[in-house]
Structure formats: structure tokens, C-alpha cells
Write a protein that binds this ligand. Structure first.
Ligand code: NAD
Length: 507
């Protein structure tokens, strides 16, 4: 074990808490460090630091905020490679994926570099005689973020830069399996000139989250993680008077119609199912294929999935790295066994795949399960691993019905060359983000990101315009200046007298 990752409060590394949680290198299976778990005192001190900083940060000019955001953007871009190394070491994902997630975070920072435009208010002159009405949005206070293991840079970037740009201060609680990236980011914020206390990090587990959920000093909770945890956090947060956005679990379906470009569809589905080892909420773990082309699609998908190179994340040729923990790898492989025992056909079997030299790492290879049914565990559960479940259906309507019956609603995709079919699909399904011939329809930073149904709890989606709305509250001013109005009236009366006097003198 080589290092301990602690907290970052008011511009300083702070140690202390209730214990430690191991950090593994998933590729080797070795423990490489430990995360210090914040206790109530640590979390409360982070909240207090953020409250202190709010007094001046909320009053900082838009110009000052923008200057810091631009500097932060430059630093983030310049340090992408270091961050990618940190992510890959603790998470296991390949370096290109890790750099890609930094890039997606960067997009959000770039969006809020334009915060002066985003916070422009509205003005109605002369709403009544002598009376104007104008409105603008103000920051809400201390905002908290609770993020998952699978995107240790991107998920915090969905929330903290938006909150900070809007004049709030922030306490981030990252996942305990890969906590180092959050501290690295804290260092970049400090270098960019962000005042101490505006961005704080507490490492920890559910005990730290429980303090953030209930503390009266925390005004909002932005959560990204699994559905049961997100739902509970949402309910507790709302009961404690906070605004909450909880982005949760997923089971995204991709429908492949007979008129699709099958080679393109198979390549897209394979990349979306196995990229990042399937550990992403916008992965495509379910392919709904119409009977007519099911065998053909499956042949292509298996062929392409066999080409996916599974290796240590730092291997430049790797397409897919290790799974986050041994327990998760074992759970994924058990789910495949359960499908096999339930009568599904395992057409590509990743179980037991251990790359040479990394036999103790938490690896499993790509798996494709054909002829699954909706009651099987592999369909019902969010596997969050490199497993593609294939369901065969007679037509588009049956595919749409499957998606409607699924409790999640994060993302979905359709592969077709028919505009009519695509239109019917996008209108019919209860899903927040839809791809048409796009397998991972993650919106750009100037739109907002979020699911429906059990994939999201709250009202405002994250980043983009909805993010700005979430991190601000509206204030409306109705103004009249009676003295000015009276003196204006007096002045115009005097002018009338003068005019009248002038005309009588001349007559
Ligand atoms: P998780 O729910 O286990 O953990 C998420 C965060 O909540 C972590 O910071 C964790 O420490 C904390 N936490 C865990 N248990 C808790 C509890 N009982 N009470 C309070 N806090 C708790 O999720 P994970 O395993 O880290 O991440 C994978 C999940 O995240 C998947 O379900 C995935 O779909 C989801 N995810 C969703 C999105 C999205 O945008 N919808 C994005 C990324 C990941």
C-alpha cells in the first residue's frame, strides 16, 4: 500500500475520519492505497468552510468568475494526460476512455465560461405606469455533489463548475474506490485562483453522505449513482428542504430494425456495450433485434466483439480494461451463469478471461447472451459490465413495448434508415436521451443530461440550461420611484406654466 487519500477543505488537505477503505489497481488486483472515510466532524467542517466562502464568492463579479473558469479550463486541458493516468490506475479503464471523460468534463467548463450570458435577467419596462419589473437568478448557497466510481472526473464536472460559476460553493463526496482524481481537480481549481473554501472534497462512504443529506447548511444535492441509493437520497434530501437532482441506474435498449445498416449497427452496439467495460450509465447492454435480421446481426456483433482487446488500461492498444472490484467481476460472471442456467444461449463467453501477466486483475471478457427473456436476471438487473443481452422481437412495436415496460428510462437508441420509424420511436418511449443511429446519445454540454422513470429523481436535469436553473433561484423586482415620478410630474407641470406664461405674455 503506497498512499492515503484524504479530504480537501478550505484550500488544505485535511486528515481524519472514522477509518479507511482500500484502493485497488483493478488491473493487478493489488491494494495500492487507502481512502480516508470522513466522519460527521470532517463533513461538518467542509460545510462550514463552504458557508464561510459563500459570503464573498456569491458577491464576486461575473468577470472575476469567468477569468477563473477560463484559467481552470486551460489547466484541465493541459493536465488531461495526468488525470487520465490517475483515473486508469484506480478505475481500470483504458487511457483513451479516461482522457475522453476529462474531455466531456471540459465541455461543461467551457459552457459555463459563458456564465455572464447564462445569468442575464429579464426586464419589463413600464409594467404599470411608472413601474418596471425585472428578474434575475441568484446563487443558492452550499451545494453538495455525490458521485459514482465510473466517471471520477466527468460526473463531478457535470455539477461543480456549474454551481461555482453561478456563485455557489461546493462540497464533493467522490466514490471511495477511485478518490484521487477529485483531489487533483481541487489542486487545479486552486491554481486557477478559486478562493479557498469554494470547492471542497470529503472522502467517504454512506456515513459522510448522510451528513450532507440532512445538514441544514446544504441547499442542494446533486447525486449520480445507483437507483436505490439515489431514490433514498432524493427522498431524504427533499424531506430536509433541499433541491435534489439524482441521476441513477440504467438499462438502455438499442433497437435494430431490418432496414438498418447492419454492419454499422453491430459496430455501434459492440462499442457501446463493451466500451469502458460496460461500466457506464449510457452503455447499451440490451439489443432488441427484429427476427428477420437477428442471426445476421448476431454474427456481425460476435465477430466484432471478438476483436475487442481486453488489457491493462495503460496498454495503448487496449479497448477495454478491468472491472472496478473483484466482487463486481464475480457478480457479472455469476449473472452470465444464471442466464445460461435459465435457458439463454451464451454466444460469446467472457467468463474467466484473464490477460497474461494480469491474472490477478479483475478482468472479464465481452459476453453476448442471445435469446434472453425479460424475466431473466441478466435482463432485469443493471449488470454494469461487458455483457450484451439480445432479445428478439417481431417488429418495432414490440421493441417499443419492451422499453415502455422497463422501469428505467435513461437512454435508448434505434438503428434504422426509416425516418418514420425513428420518429415513432422517439415519440413513444419514456426515456430521457435517445439516439437515432447514435448508440450513446450523451447530450452536448449546452443541452442538459438526464433520464426518466427510475433513472432520475428530481426536477432539473444536470448541466446545460437545467443545471444553471438548478443552481440558482429567481428573484423578481417590481420597482417604482415615487419621488422621481412626483418630481417628473412637477417638472412637466412647471414647463406647462412656463409655456402658458410665455403665451399670455406675448398675447
Ligand atoms: P453507488 O450508488 O453505489 O454510489 C454512488 C455514490 O453514492 C458514491 O459516492 C457512494 O459512496 C455513495 N453511496 C453508496 N451507497 C450509499 C448509501 N447507502 N447511502 C448514501 N450514499 C451511498 O453507485 P456506483 O456503484 O458508484 O456507480 C454505479 C451506478 O451509477 C450505476 O447504477 C450507474 O448506472 C450509475 N450512474 C448513473 C449515471 C447517470 O447519469 N444516470 C452516471 C454514472 C453512473
Amino acid at each position: 500500500m503506497t498512499y492515503t487519500v484524504s479530504h480537501y477543505i478550505s484550500g488544505k488537505i485535511v486528515t481524519g475520519g472514522s477509518g479507511f477503505s482500500p484502493i485497488y489497481n483493478p488491473a493487478t488486483g493489488e491494494q495500492i492505497g487507502q481512502t480516508e472515510l470522513a466522519d460527521q466532524i470532517i463533513v461538518e467542517s467542509a460545510i462550514a468552510a463552504a458557508q464561510d466562502a459563500f459570503a464573498s464568492w456569491s458577491q464576486s463579479s461575473l468577470g472575476r468568475r469567468t477569468a477563473i473558469l477560463f484559467k481552470f479550463r486551460e489547466l484541465l486541458a493541459a493536465h488531461t494526460d495526468e488525470l487520465a493516468q490517475i483515473i486508469s490506475r484506480e478505475h481500470g479503464k483504458v487511457l483513451s476512455d479516461a482522457a475522453g471523460e476529462v474531455g466531456r468534463g471540459l465541455d461543461v467548463v467551457e459552457y459555463v465560461c459563458g456564465v455572464p450570458s447564462l445569468l442575464k435577467g429579464e426586464f419589463s419596462m413600464q409594467a404599470a405606469t411608472g413601474m418596471d419589473v425585472f428578474s434575475f437568478r441568484e446563487p443558492i448557497g452550499v451545494c453538495a455533489g455525490i458521485t459514482p466510481f465510473n466517471f471520477p472526473v466527468m460526473c463531478p464536472m457535470w455539477m461543480a463548475p456549474v454551481a461555482i460559476a453561478c456563485g455557489n460553493t461546493f462540497v464533493l463526496k467522490p466514490a471511495k474506490a477511485d478518490p484521487s482524481a477529485a483531489l487533483y481537480i481541487a489542486g487545479l481549481w486552486a491554481k486557477a485562483g478559486l478562493p479557498a473554501g469554494v470547492f471542497n472534497v470529503v472522502q467517504g462512504d454512506r456515513h459522510a453522505v448522510a451528513v450532507l443529506d440532512t445538514h441544514p447548511g446544504v441547499k442542494s444535492l446533486s447525486f449520480v449513482g445507483s437507483t436505490p441509493v439515489g431514490k433514498e437520497l432524493h427522498d431524504i434530501g427533499v424531506a430536509h428542504g433541499k433541491r435534489v437532482q439524482a441521476l441513477c441506474g440504467a438499462k438502455n435498449h438499442g433497437v435494430i430494425l431490418a432496414d438498418a445498416d447492419l454492419d454499422f449497427a453491430a459496430a455501434s452496439v459492440v462499442s457501446a456495450a463493451f466500451g469502458a467495460a460496460g461500466e457506464r450509465c449510457m452503455a447499451l447492454p440490451v439489443a432488441i433485434v427484429v427476427d428477420e435480421i437477428a442471426d445476421q446481426f448476431l454474427d456481425l456483433a460476435v465477430q466484432k466483439a471478438k476483436e475487442v482487446k481486453v488489457a491493462v488500461g495503460t496498454d495503448p492498444d487496449a479497448d477495454m480494461g478491468a472491472i472496478i472490484t473483484r466482487a463486481d467481476r464475480d457478480r457479472i460472471e455469476e449473472t452470465i451463469t444464471d442466464a445460461e442456467n435459465s435457458g439463454a444461449r451464451i454466444v460469446l463467453d467472457g467468463r474467466g478471461y484473464r490477460p497474461k501477466g494480469y491474472e490477478n486483475g479483475f478482468f472479464t471478457g465481452p459476453t453476448i447472451i442471445d435469446q434472453a427473456t425479460t424475466d431473466m436476471r441478466c435482463y432485469v438487473e443493471e449488470i454494469f459490465g461487458p455483457v450484451l443481452v439480445v432479445l428478439r422481437v417481431p417488429d418495432l412495436e414490440s421493441g417499443i413495448q419492451l422499453i415502455k415496460n422497463n422501469p428505467y428510462g435513461n437512454g435508448a437508441a434505434i438503428f434504422t434508415s426509416s425516418g418514420d420509424a425513428a420518429r415513432e420511436f422517439q415519440r413513444a418511449i419514456p426515456v430521457g436521451m435517445i439516439g437515432i443511429n447514435v448508440p450513446i446519445p450523451v447530450p452536448v454540454a449546452y443541452h442538459s443530461f438526464g433520464g426518466w422513470q427510475n433513472s432520475f429523481f428530481g426536477e432539473s436535469h444536470i448541466y446545460g440550461p437545467e443545471g444553471v436553473k438548478f443552481f440558482t433561484q429567481a428573484k423578481v423586482i417590481t420597482q417604482r420611484w415615487p419621488q422621481a415620478a412626483a418630481s417628473q410630474a412637477a417638472a412637466s407641470q412647471a414647463a406647462t406654466f412656463h409655456f402658458a406664461g410665455a403665451s399670455s405674455a406675448s398675447s
